[in-house]
Design a protein around this ligand. Structure first.
Ligand SMILES: Cc1cc2nc3c(=O)[nH]c(=O)nc-3n(C[C@H](O)[C@H](O)[C@H](O)COP(=O)(O)OP(=O)(O)OC[C@H]3O[C@@H](n4cnc5c(N)ncnc54)[C@H](O)[C@@H]3O)c2cc1C
Length: 401
């Protein structure tokens, strides 16, 4: 192919930014794309790929340099996620907990918490997960029921969490609980805890991780589990931000989620780019009615719409990342990027599958995986219905009369 489909070509980036992104691009082409098909089919944790990410320092993308990370700006980070997701979105899922919780510790943690966790998160020695969702509360975060009550110098945790990605292999959980279940409004009684555990263990103290992990349509290779806390004890020092962090958990998590939304938008961009790459190649290789299908105008319309959506997604993601990087809230921009880029990804996966005809429905073809991997992006880090609400609320506040 003469021109490549790339998240960062044509953007005004520094040499350092480009070097990081080119390195990731090369890694995806050499290590992920040739192996993803079998790993996905076997639902196998991609240890070799994870080791490669560790060697490149990518677990520390968002961790400040003084704590051993790469300290990448948000634009480079977002484009890096898009490039990883072009290879396999599960790989970006494996490192996502690291970024959300690592970012929360870097922003809200005490100096002791930063020293304790950030260097090990940056190296990938310590992996972490992010846990808000419960069996009866996903979008409605305020409705969570998990409690942590104080007993002397300890907190005793009771309740159940659902859909915890990386939950088994993680050694650290960024956990949202209620320390004051009677608070009104409820979010004022919520606290974020940094709960350490033995990575890979199904039972630690009062914490049980039921096995096997949850079975999923896509997003294979990375485990999503339930966490069952029954009188599990942690030191009170587990409160993110120390004693002052009590009652701040909801706000701390929501600021982490804004970065998470840019992350999911970037994953959508990555999948859309790959779906397009496969489509435009196949459209030139496959012939019907005496000419390559790419010469039929209805196929051309699909390619044009896909490429337009991809370019627009890229611009929204970069704009959201720049706004968030500049400081302050970027809820509207991150929501727009997440909403738009993930819907584009869904459409691109479907259109690329249609362009592949019957072969697109075969497990032998890569597009089949992309088609199964995309719906999660419409759900994770706030469903797209919720994104619309967030965007509209933000706009009404900004344009209040
Ligand atoms: C594979 C996978 C991995 C995940 N990983 C994690 C993780 O690591 N950590 C974590 O904490 N969570 C994780 N989640 C959970 C995910 O964030 C939630 O599934 C998501 O927030 C939606 O919550 P819910 O499933 O409870 O759906 P619900 O909140 O019950 O929503 C059901 C439907 O109602 C709609 N809806 C709800 N409220 C409104 C409203 N006010 N207006 C209009 N429509 C509404 C929703 O958009 C959705 O369509 C994961 C989920 C999956 C599937």
């Amino acid at each position: 192919m003469k021109e490549r489909i790339c998240s960062f070509d044509g953007l005004d980036l520094s040499d350092d930014q480009r070097d990081v992104l080119e390195a990731i691009r090369g890694f995806v082409d050499a290590e992920i794309l040739p192996t993803v098909h079998q790993l996905e089919a076997d639902d196998e944790f991609p240890q070799k790929i994870v080791d490669g990410l560790r060697d490149m320092g990518l677990f520390g993308m968002r961790i400040p340099v003084e704590y051993g990370g790469l300290g990448l700006d948000l634009v480079t980070y977002a484009l890096a996620i898009a490039e990883l997701s072009r290879g396999w979105t599960s790989v970006s899922g494996i490192v996502n907990g690291q970024y959300i919780v690592g970012g929360m510790i870097a922003t809200h943690g005490t100096e002791e918490q930063k020293q304790r966790f950030l260097p090990r998160l940056a190296s990938g020695e310590l992996r972490c997960c992010f846990s808000m969702t419960e069996p009866d509360a996903g979008s409605d975060v305020r409705a969570i029921r998990m409690t942590a009550r104080r007993e002397g110098d300890e907190l005793v945790i009771d309740g159940q969490k659902m859909w915890v990605t990386n939950g088994l292999r993680a050694g650290l959980i960024g956990l949202l609980v209620k320390t004051d279940p009677t608070a009104d409004p409820p979010q004022k009684g919520m606290t974020a805890l940094l709960v350490e555990k033995e990575a890979g263990q199904e039972q630690v103290g009062g914490l049980t991780i039921p096995m096997p992990p949850l079975k999923k349509l896509g997003y294979k290779g990375v485990e999503s589990v339930e966490l069952v806390f029954d009188g599990h004890r942690v030191p009170a020092s587990a409160i993110l931000g120390g004693p002052d962090g009590e009652g701040q958990g909801f706000y701390q998590m929501m600021s982490g989620i804004e970065t998470g939304r840019i992350n999911v938008a970037a994953r959508g961009l990555g999948i859309a780019m790959r779906a397009f790459e496969l489509a435009i190649r196949y459209a030139q290789e496959r012939s019907a009615f005496g000419k390559p299908i790419g010469q039929h105008q209805l196929i051309q319309a699909k390619l044009a719409d896909m490429a337009t959506g991809i370019e627009a997604s890229r611009q929204l993601i970069v704009a959201a990342a720049r706004k968030k990087q500049a400081g302050g809230r970027a809820d509207v921009e991150a929501g727009m990027a997440k909403l738009f880029a993930t819907e584009v990804a869904q459409r691109c996966a479907e259109e690329s599958m249609r362009i592949h005809g019957g072969y697109g429905y075969s497990r032998e073809y890569e597009i089949e995986r992309l088609y199964r991997d995309t719906p999660l992006l419409l759900i994770g880090e706030g469903t797209n219905e919720i994104q619309r609400l967030i965007i509209a609320r933000g706009l009404l506040a900004r344009h209040a009369v």
